[in-house]
Design a protein around this ligand. Structure first.
Ligand code: SAH
Ligand code: SF4
Length: 347
């Protein structure tokens, strides 16, 4: 079976011609795939019966199989998908009161970066996702939202995996979000643990996409203990790449700060962070840690989070406190897979 979402428009045209149909049918089919987001061939009413039958025999609309689903009281929806080789990945949809509908999608099955507090990092790396597998996660949310008269407005690459460790497929998928689903570049965020060379490469792409860097610590030894990748690209090198990104793109950069009680939520830590970031066009998102099985850390108390944000603001560094979503479900990155098949099996 040929996965139609994996084909470019030119490839789809060749495919349609290969089935013995006229080339212009590809244009119609493309519309059904991406403007109408049809879930089956039968819905494609202006295609000839002959083509619908051939498509049903030879082609597939995607390759993700829903394996589990949880919906939180706050509306956050988490999905676990089984890929064609059995790998499991997660996507999350977050509805916001202002109307935004944000999909959080995975770029890899597992992750090789080994961040100690992250459920995905604790699983280890299985494989890269293809661009089609990354893109389809967003398409499936967009399709279901459209059925309710809603629109997928934002996409963040903050699910399982490190998008810059799967650079080409992530970038292809990102371009497909824009061209096929009509999501504006400014409504897409790529989050990286800090692969400095890829940050520079990303800056050179000339895209208006947002970039978030998971910082979490300002001291090299301490950051390396939480995020082993820091040994390869320590903070000075990372910050050089971030400054390059800001200069080259003329965009501000975001930093993610997973606040862990007694670990990185002290006012002195905020002051060190403030000194590190002063003068850089940036924004800090402070997010309380989501506790995970193999890591003993706990989320910061609300009062400490507020003090941390206030201390940063004194350095002129804009910071926002982001409250965790879906706390009554396993919404944290990698947590649904862990919850469903048990921490022993995910390793
Ligand atoms: N690999 C990329 C993107 C996926 S992780 C990256 O690391 O940036 C998305 C975000 O979730 C990152 O900021 C990551 O540090 C954070 N994260 C991972 N596990 C977490 C946890 N248990 N609690 C809070 N944030 C977590
Ligand atoms: Fe990978 Fe990001 Fe998790 Fe680190 S935080 S292990 S980079 S997914």
């Amino acid at each position: 079976m040929v996965n139609l979402y994996a084909l470019s428009f030119e490839e789809l045209s060749e495919f349609v011609v290969g089935l013995g149909e006229r080339r212009f049918r590809a244009r119609q089919l493309w519309g059904w795939l991406y403007a109408r987001r049809s879930a089956n061939f039968e819905a494609m009413t202006d295609l000839p019966r002959s083509l619908i039958l051939k498509l049903a025999e030879t082609a597939a609309l995607g390759e993700l199989k829903l394996a589990a689903r949880q919906i939180s009281r706050d509306g956050t929806e988490k999905r676990l998908y089984r890929l064609s080789d059995g790998q499991l990945i997660e996507s999350v949809l977050m509805p916001y009161a202002d109307g935004r509908r944000t999909a959080c999608i995975s770029s890899q099955a597992g992750c090789a970066m080994g961040c100690v507090f992250c459920a995905t990092g604790q699983m280890g790396y299985a494989r890269n996702l293809s661009a089609a597998e990354i893109f389809e996660q967003a398409l499936l949310f967009a399709r279901d939202l459209a059925a309710n008269g809603e629109r997928l407005s934002n996409v963040v690459f903050m699910g399982m995996g490190e998008p810059f460790h799967n650079y080409d497929a992530s970038l292809d998928a990102l371009r497909q979000l824009m061209s096929r689903l009509g999501i504006g570049a400014r409504h897409i965020t790529v989050s990286t643990v800090g692969l400095a060379p890829q940050i520079r490469r990303f800056a050179d792409e000339g895209l208006q996409v947002k970039l978030a860097v998971s910082l979490h610590k300002v001291d090299d030894a301490e950051r390396s203990a939480l995020l082993p990748v820091n040994r390869r690209w320590p903070i000075a090198e990372l910050m050089d790449a971030c400054r390059y990104y800001v200069e080259k793109t003329d965009r501000r950069i975001s930093f993610e700060w997973a606040a862990i009680a007694g670990e990185n939520d002290m006012v002195e830590e905020a002051q060190r962070l403030g000194r590190l970031l002063t003068g850089l066009r940036c924004h800090v998102n402070v997010i309380p840690l989501n506790p995970t099985g193999a890591y003993a850390g706990t989320p910061s108390a609300r009062a400490n989070l507020e003090r941390f944000v206030a201390a940063l603001c004194q350095y002129g560094v804009p910071a926002t406190l982001r409250l965790r979503r879906g706390i009554d479900i396993d919404a944290g990155c990698g947590q649904l897979k862990t919850a469903l098949i048990g921490p022993e099996q995910v390793r």
